[in-house]
Ligand binder design. Sequence first.
Ligand code: SF4
Ligand code: SF4
Length: 338
Amino acid sequence: MDKVILGKTGIEVNKNGFGALPIQRISKKDAVYLLQKAFYNGINYFDTARAYSDSEEKMGAAFEYTRDRIVISTKTAAQNAEDMWKDLEESLTKLKTDHIDIYQFHNPAFCPKPGDESGLYDAALEAKKQGKILHIGITNHRIAVAKEAIESGLYDTLQFPFSYLAADADLEIVEMCRKAGMGFIAMKGLAGGLIHNSACAYAYMNQPQFAHVAPIWGVQRERELDEFLSYQDCPPALDGALLAEIEKDRKQLSGDFCRGCGYCMPCPAGISINDCARMSLMLRRAPQEGWLSPEWQEKMKKIEGCLHCGKCMSKCPYGLNTPELLAKNYEDYKTFLK
Ligand code: SF4
Ligand code: SF4
């Protein structure tokens, strides 16, 4: 079973981490089953967030009696110390634990530091002193914030989008973390649903230069979990067939494409930007029927009501021209309805 040491934290986790965002979408019973199946098959690292509705509660229910045998990270999107304390207490209660192993600032637009106006870092330090959190981490989608966090030396871990579609700038972040002795937690290892070959995704992450990278796979279905579990005993080799697959994906998914992160939301016109702005890709890379349903047609039609306010563009960490991307995807979508 491949293991990862999360930098200076010294925490050792299974190379398969469990991203608990998608369990929001399934029943509590199914979520508990999935989480416990993961645990009893060797997965020992589970990542969630205060913002993932009932995900923490489901994890609390799954691990009430095995808490000391797993590593938990969660996140706060608080913008000030007072709200962070509220979030932390809520997370501890929902997760049925007295401590969080890695407590992360959830994609802040800036890098919290001691003595800054937000008071976030000082509050986290105090929580660490009280034993409520063991390590301080940060998650981000912005290269600049991620770099600042690494260079600051203030953080034990960085959670950042990383898959075999990574650009050179992303690879630089991964390498910077390694040099700084920071744990690198890879989110979006399947590029938000655009990568379908989990063997390719696992094999890519399992290369020696990424020995410090801990992917957290967003798992919702048992068969998805089973795929990742199967790689523990038989790790897929990054050989000719898988490399060819990766190359094909890289060609198809190069350039300015929407990663589906949703940081541009909400949209005042009610557009589900994170799905609609990558519809062309989804139609070509997944079974089409679901995306062509009356419900999705309705959602896509909302693009006609775009106010061109630019709010989405200003929040997109990838610098995308989102309204333009939406318009292109809508035109393409209509051709599938003919
Ligand atoms: S520009 Fe259009 S899509 Fe973007 S936030 Fe404004 S209304 Fe929504
Ligand atoms: S447009 Fe940008 S911010 Fe919005 S979902 Fe896509 S990648 Fe994320």
